[in-house]
Write a protein that binds this ligand. Structure first.
Ligand code: C2E
Ligand code: CA
Ligand code: CA
Length: 541
């Protein structure tokens, strides 16, 4: 293929074709034969290769070759008349010239279209298509360089709330500045909020980015208002390892999205991170299979009523047995499931299996509150409503033994629909528990506006409960809850010292490793029997 594109080869091809036509005409009798018309083929081909120049030269050459040099009748030795071949030469030349001109035009249009593919219409600069091309060229030459991917983080807001034109002005101003420093060919934009720079390899990328940020943190003025533009910069340094240009570009962007933050607004690409992204994909893929493959199971962590010294209930937690693959905890896979829209399937699994467990334990005389974790949106889902009905209708299960734990951050959405739904659940005797209390914003304020039955003080407070200020804070929370007849649970209690303080502060229920880790059903049964035997013994003595 490369050979076909070489000019020498093409020239030889065309001359060969011309001579072949002349020879064919000569040996079949002379110029009277229509074979001479075949001469158009090399002329058009030449016009295609070298446009006007190619077409014209080939036509002139052909005109001479099949003109004075070729007899009209070879056998009889009659030559062509001058007028005859000159007219032919002129016609051929016109054809060659015009055809060349047409090819020239087509090429130009093609180039323009291609060029348009490479331009961001918003800024008139090169776009990321061109960037990828540019990177490839540099990589092929064996150069090393760095890509700075600059994200303008508040341009969207400026467009939305101020003015499209203003955002465009800012973008153009930045593009001009970068073009002056790095050269026009090294600046590439994408949409209205991303600028990529390809920077010559040198040390001190971070300093370079720092100065970019400093220079541009000055205010812009519009209609007597002053605005600042905020940016973050991802840096990826290409060192000649074999990668595709697209992956080089992506790494610069991955850097500012999730990379390790170096200085205010500057992020470095981190290999580790990309690996965990791959891992992330692997995990989300296998999560979808986990239910069918029977890899999910439930564990139960005892909740202890301190005043009565008995196990009052369990929190139901999900575990994922990845069959030898690297273990993944619920804090990871539950969030992931929420992101990929799989949380409903997990919740259905949890509901179904905890229903069996409740029935089983109730039959065995173990009367326990069951706490299940939900995201607030899920409360509105049909399967929760159905589950509720089913549990209500089951005689083996006593109504008041169900609790739903929802995280506090969810409450801040202050959604009337969710509120109404919570009212309904409570009217049916299901307890609402505010999980991770104290970790969100406006905790007291939000909680005060919400219907609930129980507050779970976050592990974080319990960790520091021996610190006087924290202990006072927990005391305030407990007193506040009791004032409104709400129950208080402390979670993540690990030591006797923590337990004693909480007991002193009148905390109702304790959950944590001090008593037990979350246990499988059979382990929990043993724990339950043992716990109650012990406490009965203590009670008797
Ligand atoms: P969470 O609801 O706050 O659950 C309490 C977490 O604290 C559990 O972690 C539990 O094992 C852990 N924990 C309990 N006592 C202690 C202690 O004394 N010390 C320490 N260091 N940790 C303790 P786990 O099981 O890893 O669950 C993490 C989170 O995942 C849960 O936080 C919950 O938000 C979520 N989760 C787990 N299972 C489910 C589920 O079935 N559905 C939903 N929606 N979320 C779930
Ligand atoms: Ca919980
Ligand atoms: Ca919690």
């Amino acid at each position: 293929a490369a050979l076909f594109y070489s000019n020498t080869f093409r020239g030889l091809l065309i001359v060969t074709m011309m001579i072949s036509v002349v020879l064919l005409a000569y040996f079949t009798g002379g110029a009277t034969k229509s074979y001479t018309h075949l001469i158009y083929i090399p002329i058009l081909l030449s016009a295609y290769f070298w446009t006007i120049k190619g077409g014209t030269i080939a036509a002139l050459l052909s005109g001479v070759l099949i003109g004075p040099l070729l007899p009209l009748n070879v056998a009889e030795g009659i030559m062509q008349t001058e007028g005859n071949w000159i007219i032919r030469l002129v016609v051929l030349t016109i054809v060659g010239f015009v055809a060349g001109g047409m090819f020239h035009k087509v090429n130009k249009l093609n180039e323009q279209a291609k060029e348009r593919d490479y331009i961001n219409p918003l800024t008139g600069t090169y776009n990321t298509n061109k960037l990828v091309n540019h990177l490839e060229e540099r990589m092929n030459k064996g150069e090393t360089f760095a890509v700075f991917s600059i994200k303008l983080t508040n341009i969207e807001q400026i467009i939305r709330y101020i003015e499209q034109e203003f955002a465009k002005d800012i973008l153009n101003k930045l593009v001009n500045e970068f073009s002056n420093i790095y050269g026009k060919d090294s600046v590439f934009t994408s949409g209205s909020d991303e600028i990529n720079l390809v920077v010559q390899s040198s040390c001190g990328y971070i300093d370079e980015c720092k100065s970019i940020i400093e220079r541009n943190s000055t205010a812009f003025n519009v209609n007597q208002f002053t605005f600042r533009i905020f940016m973050k910069i991802g840096i990826y340094e290409y060192c000649g390892t074999d990668e595709t240009p697209v992956s080089v570009y992506n790494k610069a962007r991955i850097a500012y999205e999730q990379g390790e933050r170096q200085e205010t607004g500057i992020y470095l690409y981190d290999e580790e991170f990309d690996l965990s992204r791959k891992e992330f994909l692997e995990i989300s893929g296998s999560l979808l299979e986990s239910i069918n493959n029977n890899e999910l199971y439930l564990v139960y962590q005892p909740k202890i009523n301190v005043a009565e010294n008995r196990i009052s209930g369990v929190e139901v937690l999900t575990r994922w047995d990845r069959k030898g693959k690297k273990p993944v905890g619920p804090d990871v896979f539950i969030n992931l499931a929420e992101d990929i829209g799989f949380i409903n399937e997990i919740s259905k699994f949890v509901l179904k299996n905890s229903f069996y467990q409740m029935t089983d334990w109730n039959k065995k005389g173990m009367v326990l509150d069951f706490s299940i974790n939900f995201t607030a949106n899920e409360l509105l889902e049909n399967y929760v409503v159905e589950w509720e009905r089913k549990v209500m209708a089951d005689e083996n299960i006593i109504k008041s033994k169900l609790e739903i734990e929802i995280t506090e951050r969810v409450l801040s959405r202050n959604d009337d629909k969710i509120k109404k739904r919570i009212d309904e659940l409570r009217a049916n005797g299901i307890k609402i528990s505010i999980d991770d209390f104290g970790t969100g914003v406006n905790s007291f304020f939000r909680v005060a506006q919400f219907p609930y039955d129980q507050i779970k003080i976050d592990k974080y407070f319990i960790n520091y409960i021996e610190v006087f200020e924290i202990r006072e804070m927990v005391k305030t929370i407990i007193d506040y809850a009791h004032k409104f007849n709400k129950e208080i649970v402390a979670e993540g209690v690990e030591t006797e010292a923590q337990l004693n303080i909480l007991r002193e502060l009148n905390c109702d229920i304790i959950q944590g490793y001090y008593y037990s880790k979350p246990l499988r059903a059979d382990e929990f049964e043993k724990y339950y029997l043992n716990f109650h035997e012990e406490s009965d013994k203590r009670y008797r003595s």
